[in-house]
Design a protein around this ligand. Structure first.
Ligand code: EPU
Length: 340
């Protein structure tokens, strides 16, 4: 267990915002977490993961909790698949790498997403047509109010695009994730339908029947590195906005005006439009407002050019939202969690 007082949160959020916290406590087991919850029962608490989806708007007068529960344990195994129970503090991409090494497949498309295992279950992280929910069997939790343990099955988590019940108004901040169970396949089936992946594989000169999970992982890492800024160099939280989902009537009218508009079918009535495209069309790609900016290679990402405060990022966010709304009549919403 580790407890630090009066610290800068700069190393704990990938935006690199220099907010302060009264205390940061890290636990390595459920029992340690329960002890901390008892000790700090009267303090304001915030549970963080890798800090890759957070924006601190102010100093935090309370205790920041962080899981350092690690470990990957096989809890079920058949000829076809395994179920692994993973500690919430494990770095997500380490899990992806380790599972491929073991011959457990499915997570390849989620390579290099920043953050930790606990957040994968809260945020339902996703990329290249895959989402964490496709693999999650159950989530083990501790109630932050009374330290009680509980387990929720995938169906109970109400997963949707970048959403789970843990983000609902009723439950936000209520539970700490301690473990997540994922079902992974022993058979590798590449999913290349999304986001130009097939072209990227072909461009590497790899025939589809020769593609391995490990090579697909390398290709995805290469693609992401080409488009997304490294937080160690330029503070950011990955996609800042969610891709908006619009009804088909709205979509058809936009497509008539912008025939090249990229889009993804959601269902018969709804279509998803890339927020990055909307922002670029609104003239914001590569532009700055003070120390906050829109990344030059991917307009979906807001960056801290150095010394930006949380409020500076919010100012840019609101300006971009308002311009997108004026131009397209679409309201885009942040995916990043704002901490008041
Ligand atoms: N586009 C532009 N201009 C831009 C950015 C994108 O025109 O500045 C266009 C692209 O040309 C493309 C389309 O928008 O036609 C989609 O762009 P991209 O493939 O880069 O993916 P995305 O929809 O912007 C989503 C996820 C990413 C994930 C990628 C790949 C969301 C909010 N973001 O981005 O997730 O890596 O797909 O699957 O759903 C993250 O959550 O942090 C994240 C990076």
């Amino acid at each position: 267990m580790k407890e630090l007082s009066n610290i800068s949160l700069k190393p704990y959020n990938t935006f690199g915002i220099d907010a302060k916290a009264r205390c940061l406590a890290e636990y390595e087991s459920v029992e340690e977490l329960q002890h901390l919850l008892q000790k700090y029962r009267d303090s304001r608490k915030l549970h963080i993961g890798g800090g890759s989806n957070l924006l601190f708007l102010n100093d935090f007068d309370g205790v920041i909790l962080h899981s350092a529960i690690l470990g990957v344990e096989v809890v079920e195994e058949t000829d076809k698949d395994v179920v692994v129970k993973v500690g919430s503090g494990m770095v997500w991409d380490d899990l992806v790498a380790e599972s491929i090494e073991h011959g457990w497949y499915g997570l390849e498309n989620l390579s290099l997403i920043p953050g930790e295992v606990g957040a994968s279950a809260v945020q339902n992280i996703g990329a290249y047509g895959a989402e964490a929910k496709d693999f999650i069997v159950s989530v083990e939790l501790v109630d932050m109010a009374n330290g009680e343990c509980l387990k929720m099955k995938n169906e109970e988590c109400e997963y949707a695009y970048r959403y789970s019940i843990f983000k609902s108004d009723a439950l936000i901040g209520r539970y700490a994730v301690t473990h997540v169970c994922y079902r992974l396949s022993k058979v590798f089936v590449p999913h290349l339908e999304y986001g130009g992946l097939k072209k990227a594989v072909e461009a590497c000169g790899i025939a589809l029947d020769e593609l391995t999970a490990s090579r697909l992982r390398d290709i995805i890492i290469g693609t992401r590195n080409g488009k997304l800024p490294d937080p160690k160099v330029l503070g950011n939280a990955g996609s800042f906005f969610m891709n908006p989902i619009v009804d088909r009537v709205k979509f058809e009218s936009l497509l008539a005006e912008y025939p090249g508009m990229p889009h993804y079918e959601v269902d018969d009535d709804r279509v998803k439009i890339p927020a990055g495209w909307l922002i670029e069309q609104s003239g914001w790609k590569g532009r700055r407002l003070g120390n906050a900016g829109v990344y030059e290679k991917q307009a979906l990402v807001l960056v801290n050019h150095g010394g930006a405060s949380g409020q500076d990022i919010v100012r840019l966010c609101e300006t971009v939202r308002s311009d997108v709304s004026d131009k397209f009549g679409i309201d885009i919403h942040p995916e990043v969690n704002f901490i008041e």
